[in-house]
Design a protein around this ligand. Structure first.
Ligand SMILES: [Zn+2]
Length: 73
């Protein structure tokens, strides 16, 4: 079974058969398999969004830098 990491703190989680859930070794949070999958999906989409934002920001800086250059010359 691949290692599962806690969406809250990033700690390693183990499967608790009586609870039918994953439990975090670090913070003790309890996630069902479904909720864990949901949380991970959300995490990935947030990361994608941040990446897109960083890209936009870089483009804006480049535009500003270029426009500044043309103004100087
Ligand atoms: Zn945790």
């Amino acid at each position: 079974m691949p290692a599962v990491y806690c969406p809250e703190c990033g700690g390693e989680m183990f499967f608790d058969p009586p609870a039918k859930s994953y439990v975090c070794r670090s913070c003790g949070v309890l996630y069902s398999r479904e909720r864990l999958a949901e949380a991970r999906e959300k995490q990935f989409s947030v990361a994608d969004d941040e990446k897109a934002q960083a890209k936009r920001k870089r483009r804006e800086v480049l535009k500003w830098w270029l426009s500044d250059k043309t103004r100087e010359s």
